[in-house]
Design a protein around this ligand. Sequence first.
Ligand code: UDP
Length: 353
Amino acid sequence: MKILILSTPVGALSSGIGGGVELTIYNLIQEMQLRHHQVTVVAPKGSKFANANIIEIDGNVHIPAQTQTRNTPITMPENSVLGNMWEYARQVQSDYDVLVNFAFDWLPFYLTPFFQTSIAHFISMGSLSDSLDQIMAETALQYPDNFAVYTQAQADTFPFPEVCQCLSSGIDLSLYKFQPSAEKKLAWLGRIAPEKALEDAVKASDITQIPLLIFGKIQDEDYWQNIVQEYPNAPITYKGFLSTTDLQQELGNCSALLMTPRWIEAFGNVAIEALACGVPVISYARGGPAEIVTDGKTGFLVTPDSIDELVTAIARIPQIERTICRQIAEQEYSLQVWGDRFEAWLKSLIVNS
Ligand code: UDP
């Protein structure tokens, strides 16, 4: 297949602003190239991926949907990078068998009937906007095979869950070293932004006085500063936004990953990265992580927003066998298994077009 991937317009690839979708795009390129498909990526200027042929597009980035309210009108910045990316796609579409959209934005859904080449829409977040839901639902009616998501919990947030194919996620397990033992410290990992509720993990660290290492892009500086000021005695260390190689090394040395999302997390790539290192995951029982973590086996699922239950679960970490965490990652989240599902979905769209 000749595949054209259209990235998210919220920031350059490798900046961390795109969150888990950046890793998902990286992995898709890797896996499809291994299968001898020809892959090209269209992404905002400044995007860098070692494995990819990237067409960098100029223009202004878009505001991430999760920073808006449900009824915020759809807006386009002047000289929109998304508009420019899709104009490029329009011009070259006949050179490709399928286009893969990773933007959680109104425009690519609206454009779908105007393109001759099939557009596969990979939805990277749960429902956040009424206008976006509406255009997605209209597009899904006409193109029911063209929608895929990470998890069922994510699909269920939309008015069209029945058409969503759940593809889950996968990672290159060879990049994540299994670490059989760990130090007494916890990890928190992801974009530092209100929907991720880092403050809950910091509270748990404050109560238990177990060090918490924080990794990820600071997307909302005020939010981060408030946390630092509010919990001066919490033993937290901000480690920055690390490459996968450095991240897995540090993460593998932690006794558990805390996931405290306030929103319905579509998946949580960080959960499977932790499991791959042998690190148990303690998460709120909502959204994607609730489908990934098996309570008592690969970590603990606690009542959402309950700090008390987080603290109780932290005390139970020694009950989890780190080898089982790695085993589950190998069985369920290999790049190959995920690649089979993704490839089959893309092929089905070409056959049907
Ligand atoms: N991440 C990273 N380096 C860091 C911290 C995070 O590369 O120091 C990546 C991590 O590998 C994951 C992403 O950031 O792919 C966070 O994705 P997740 O799916 O957990 O959440 P999202 O940001 O998409 O809501």
